[in-house]
Design a protein. Structure first.
Length: 265
């Protein structure tokens, strides 16, 4: 089991939802945290909550869509407490649109935020982790990173790409004591559907019915932290829907029969 006491964790997407829960829980385990998102006021709210609980917290706002700025941001994050022991790559964006109604610019934006920004963050802290004798990178993927799902084509593609990158990273840098955990939640009650891009590139603006019936952000964060503690490579998080992963692997005909019944409206 991993000891988090006095470790430094950098958490993206930390102004709400899973990221906020991760930050608060990691502090309770003895971590110092650097929290990031593009919502400064919400980050300040989370910071105040953490400081009130006796925790140590640095705030570093930035926008994941501005990938070219990330290496400089990473150096600032490292400087806050003198290093980064754990990176929680949690920030991202989703989608709610059919493929033939999704302009290519939306695909590019989602891939830029969910994939290129994500791996740029990792590449920016990796040398320091190696120099310091190791580190742990936790990535929030999705069950949709393991199979396709209606109205999520670009989102699914970006999450699939993360799996290929991080599985390779783990293999290449095992000798450097770099740990990787890929978390694959199903439905979590967060604002992700509100902020998802529709076919026009605007926010979807409402909570999905399925999303509203999901697990809480706290429950999801607990499962991610538990997986990091145990150095798990991949963890499936959620309810019965996790069975879909095994159906696709072992009974693909049944899986595809079920998935085609999902509403696309």
């Amino acid at each position: 089991m991993k000891d988090f006491n006095n470790k430094v964790a950098w958490i993206t997407g930390a102004s709400s939802g899973i990221g906020e829960s991760l930050a608060c829980k990691m502090v309770k385990l003895g971590c110092k945290v650097v929290i990031s998102s593009n919502q400064l006021e919400e980050l300040k709210r989370v910071e105040e909550k953490i400081i009130a609980s006796g925790g140590k917290c640095g705030v570093l706002p930035f926008d994941l869509s501005e990938v070219d700025k990330i290496p400089g941001i990473a150096q600032q994050a490292i400087a806050v407490f003198g290093g980064i022991d754990m990176l929680f790559n949690n920030g991202g964006i989703s989608q709610r649109s059919l493929i033939n109604e999704t302009p290519l610019e939306n695909d590019r934006k989602i891939m830029e935020i969910n994939y290129f920004a994500n791996i740029t963050l990792t590449k920016s802290v990796l040398p320091q982790m190696i120099k310091n004798g190791g580190g742990h990178i936790a990535v929030t993927s999705s069950l949709s990173g393991l199979f396709g799902f209606p109205l999520r084509s670009a989102y699914c593609a970006s999450k699939h790409a993360l799996h290929g990158f991080y599985e390779t990273l783990r293999i290449e840098h095992l000798k450097d004591n770099i740990k990787v955990t890929i978390a694959c939640p199903d439905r979590v009650r967060t604002n992700i559907s509100f902020n998802a891009l529709d076919s026009t590139g605007k926010a979807h603006g409402r909570m999905d019915e399925r999303q509203d019936k999901g697990i809480t952000a706290d429950q999801c964060a607990c499962e991610i932290i538990k997986a990091v503690k145990k150095d798990k490579i991949v963890v499936l998080i959620g309810g019965f829907e996790r069975v879909s992963v095994y159906l696709k692997r072992y009974i693909p005909s049944l899986f595809y029969k079920m998935i085609t019944k999902v509403s696309v409206t």
